[in-house]
Design a protein around this ligand. Structure first.
Ligand SMILES: [Zn+2]
Length: 129
């Protein structure tokens, strides 16, 4: 499980969830102790997508989100990761898993309010990264 240096609040929780899922997937499917290059790239990609998500901290979970922001290739990779690691999360990271399941039940705004992405807030605060 990884923590992001740039994501705030709930987005960082989501990143922890995603990174834990990628770690489970990589360990069982790619048999590497550390994360393999491909999975590391997917994790970096996920972090950028979360940073730029127009919903910001009001982001719905990715599988209920009306905006499909992933490109086809990482999207397919992520689908495999979710399918494999989803059921395993309850055992390995029960708190993250339950939080995620609960947020899937939340109602979604069809339209995000303007300027609430993590990136926007981050850049407004003057952090240049
Ligand atoms: Zn891997």
């Amino acid at each position: 499980m990884k923590t992001s240096d740039i994501l705030l609040g709930k987005l960082n929780t989501e990143f922890k969830t995603v990174s834990a899922m990628i770690e489970i997937y990589c360990k069982k499917n790619h048999h590497s102790e550390a994360l393999c290059k491909e999975c590391q790239q997917l994790m970096d990609y996920a972090e950028v997508r979360l940073d730029r998500c127009p919903y910001g901290e009001n982001k719905p979970t990715c599988n209920t989100c009306p905006i499909h922001c992933y490109k086809p290739e990482p999207k397919e990779q992520m689908r495999l990761v979710m399918r494999f690691s989803g059921p395993r999360m309850l055992l390995n990271h029960p708190i993250l898993a339950i939080r995620h399941l609960l947020s899937e039940k939340k109602n979604i705004n069809p339209k995000p309010s303007p300027n609430c992405s993590n990136r926007h807030i981050r850049l407004q605060k003057g952090e240049k990264k």
